[in-house]
Design a protein around this ligand. Structure first.
Ligand SMILES: *[C@@H]1O[C@H](CO)[C@@H](O)[C@H](O)[C@H]1NC(C)=O
Length: 380
């Protein structure tokens, strides 16, 4: 089957070259990334998918189920976030798609939605181009059970095709006890640059993973080890829990189209290391707001620049109130200064009292502030 898929990819490549069309990765859902095209009835036993190539555009292995929206499991009704179908990965099951037209050395972010279906902690191993990450799913951030996750990798320098794999490494007692997956999308990340105006890269958070239209729960940027590539260029999530990437189509965003929500108190910190000149004076400025997602109450953002810090209180009515600009002046102690933000408290959304929420951070900037020297007056 793999040989056949490779064969048809080659044919496609030949056809595209012949017609002068460039193959490239388009931002958005992968082919059949929402699983709306499913197996033929003969390739299903109940919900179990039979055959590795039964789901168009995908290769599957292990116990994979094709789940229609509204399917009952015990006393739970499985809801699908987009369209009418999703897949479920049982123990050691995986789905794989071969992407043609990736640019060698380019950085890509994968976004997908996932939901737990059983009570135990579930994990997903996402991989491409020899890089992988195990994303924990023990904390549910949205009220409907679905969350979207982002993961990024750099395409091989010596391959034109990339296999993207989502694998459930779980070994649950019930083989059908695995996460549901839907809406798998991709975005090519543009490398952020510092400008002479701002030492922080991607300080406005406009560059980041694809946000699936219609998802009202943003995209989680999971915490990761230092070597990994961040799906939010320039920024690292250093803490135990994720931060949420939100967009102005579904949330209130202080400025531009994107921002981050610090949604797990001190367990959810975002950081960037910037280059500084020891002894020089700088100003770190940033904007705090609320996402208009029912996150009510006294919110507080803590900001660090090296050893100096500030706390910014924000009274939120949960309806996207006026954003607040704050400034932390600091003197650099070394050639690198770590800028860190987190929320001082845990908050939950007023509509369900259970899903985590927090203050929104946007427009982070660091500028050098040179002390004005008294003018030298020449005499004589
Ligand atoms: C995740 O998958 C990749 C690719 O198959 C593999 O190399 C890696 O060891 C896996 N990681 C874990 C923790 O299972």
């Amino acid at each position: 089957m793999l040989a056949m898929a490779a064969g048809s990819a080659l044919l496609l490549l030949v056809l595209c070259t012949a017609s002068g069309m460039a193959l490239a990765i388009t931002d958005g859902l992968l082919p059949n990334g929402n699983f709306e095209r499913g197996p033929a009835p003969s390739q299903l036993r109940g919900t179990q998918v039979l055959g590795a190539a039964a789901i168009p555009s995908w290769q599957t292995s292990g116990f994979v189920e094709y789940i229609p929206s509204g399917k009952k499991q015990g006393d739970m009704v499985l809801v699908v976030p987009e369209g009418s179908y999703a897949v479920r990965l049982g123990n050691e099951a995986s789905i794989r798609q071969r992407l043609a037209g990736t640019t060698r050395g380019a950085r890509y972010a994968l976004t997908f939605s996932a939901a737990r279906t059983c009570a135990q902690a579930e994990r997903l191993n996402v991989s491409a181009s020899g890089q992988s990450a195990v994303l924990p799913m023990q904390t549910m951030y949205s009220s409907n059970g679905w969350d979207s996750y982002a993961w990024a990798w750099v395409a091989d320098a010596d391959a034109d095709v990339v296999d993207v794999v989502i694998h459930n490494p779980g070994v649950a007692d019930d083989p059908a006890c695995g996460p549901l997956i839907d809406s798998v999308a991709i975005r090519t990340l543009n490398p952020p640059r510092r400008t002479n105006k701002n030492l922080v890269k991607n300080g406005d958070f406009e560059e980041g993973p694809y946000i699936i239209p219609g998802t009202r729960w943003g995209v989680l940027i999971p915490s990761m080890v230092v070597d990994d590539h961040s799906p939010l260029p320039g920024w690292m999530v250093e803490s135990l829990k994720a931060v949420k990437y939100i967009d102005s189509d579904h949330f209130a965003v202080p400025r531009g189209r994107r921002a981050v929500e610090l949604l797990a108190g001190r367990e959810s910190a975002i950081a960037q290391v910037i280059r500084t000149v020891p002894g020089r004076q700088y100003a770190l400025s940033f904007t705090v707001g609320d996402a208009s997602n029912g996150c009510r109450g006294s919110l507080m953002v803590e900001a660090y620049a090296g050893r100096e810090s500030t706390k910014v209180a924000y009274e939120s009515a949960g309806r996207g109130g006026a954003a607040k600009r704050a400034v932390l002046p600091f003197r650099a102690a070394s050639v690198r200064t770590r800028v860190v933000f987190f929320s001082s408290f845990y908050s939950t959304r007023s509509e369900d009292m259970s899903s985590l929420c927090g203050p929104v951070l946007d427009d982070v900037a660091v500028v050098s502030v040179r002390a004005r020297r008294p003018a030298v007056v020449k005499r004589g």
